[in-house]
Design a protein around this ligand. Structure first.
Ligand SMILES: NC(=O)c1ccc[n+]([C@@H]2O[C@H](COP(=O)([O-])OP(=O)(O)OC[C@H]3O[C@@H](n4cnc5c(N)ncnc54)[C@H](OP(=O)(O)O)[C@@H]3O)[C@@H](O)[C@H]2O)c1
Length: 291
């Protein structure tokens, strides 16, 4: 049996991991998030509090820690830079240090936003990072700390995640129900990634000793506009959808224009392929019974 400690357990990825691992005799789970769950199963742990992080993790003495906690509100990070740094950089540092001290493996989740989006072909793990937002910069600082402080660490760069919780899919469906015309950016390219599909990968990878940096998105690529189209097609909703450019939709945080990631390390090291984004998305819609 493996003892698994999860931060951010009430977030999209956290919930997907719990769904796959709960009630399985091979795992003993210790779940935490910034607020506790009503049923008390998820305990409160703020990852920016070093002493609490150390004592909570050391007392459970896990084999594996999965850090799903992050400040993911990309635009808010621009105006709350210190908070973003504390959660996205210092939190992972504290977790990495205690993980290393107790000999636990650490799976840390990072983002496509560490890249500047100037590429025209998928990014491989060897390519240099160059974040263009506070979110991307603070997440990258977290990655650097994890690499520095924890020998047994995996850093997984994922993108455009949807699962249980707030995400692009839910926003599109809500707007469709409001019956208004929907304008969606059509010049940013990336890969929608199912939280469940990412959770499956994490459960596979955490049993290995192949530490290091991995790109971990679904296969293929699309634009936000085409993704919106797919959402409405599978949900059977008729909406007026208009493609717009990034410059027509200014946001506080700059986004990478092209952030398709090549899961080269997963393929080469493990022969592991994540699902194509459209297949994974269909699975999600089927499960949500939106269809
Ligand atoms: N969502 C995406 O599109 C996306 C894309 C690329 C990479 N990622 C990365 O993937 C990982 C999982 O993302 P997700 O979509 O599951 O995020 P999420 O749904 O926003 O979940 C993050 C969780 O972390 C919690 N949290 C925030 N601050 C915390 C703190 N100080 N201490 C403890 N917990 C805290 C949040 O709680 P509150 O709700 O109370 O803040 C939330 O429950 C993150 O590392 C993220 O950076 C996500």
């Amino acid at each position: 049996m493996k003892k698994v400690f999860i931060t951010g357990a009430l977030g999209q990825l956290g919930q997907a991991l719990v769904e796959l691992m709960k009630n399985k005799p091979e795992y003993q789970l210790y779940l935490t998030d910034s607020s506790p769950s009503e049923d008390g199963i998820v305990r409160r742990l703020d990852i920016t509090q070093e002493v609490a992080v150390e004592s909570e993790i050391a007392s459970f003495f896990p084999d594996i820690i999965i850090n799903c906690a992050a400040m993911t509100a990309v635009d808010l990070c621009e105006s709350e830079q210190e908070k973003a740094y504390n959660i996205n950089a210092l939190g992972p540092k504290y977790i990495a240090k205690i993980a290393d001290r107790i000999g636990a493996k650490l799976i840390h989740i990072s983002t496509d936003y560490v890249y500047d989006g100037q590429a025209q072909t998928p990014y491989t793990e060897e390519q240099p990072v160059n974040p263009v937002s506070v979110y991307g910069r603070t997440k990258n600082e977290g990655d650097v700390f994890v690499r520095k402080y924890c020998a047994k660490s995996f850093i997984l760069h994922t993108a455009w995640v949807y699962g249980e919780g707030k995400n692009f899919v839910k926003t599109m469906l809500r707007l469709a129900d409001e019956g208004k015309k929907i304008r969606v950016v059509a010049d940013q390219i990336g890969t929608p990634t199912s939280a469940l599909e990412l959770a499956r990968l994490i459960i596979f990878l955490m049993e290995t000793d192949s530490y290091g940096k991995y790109h971990a998105t679904c296969e293929g690529s699309t634009t936000w506009y085409d993704f919106a189209h797919k959402i409405f097609e599978l949900a059977g909703k008729r909406v007026e959808l208009e493609p717009i450019t990034t410059s027509e939709h200014p946001t506080p945080a700059k986004r990478p224009m092209y952030s398709v990631l090549d899961n080269k390390m997963l393929r080469q090291t493990h022969g592991y392929y994540m699902k194509d984004w459209e297949d994974a998305f269909k699975e999600y819609m089927d499960r949500m019974q939106i269809n």
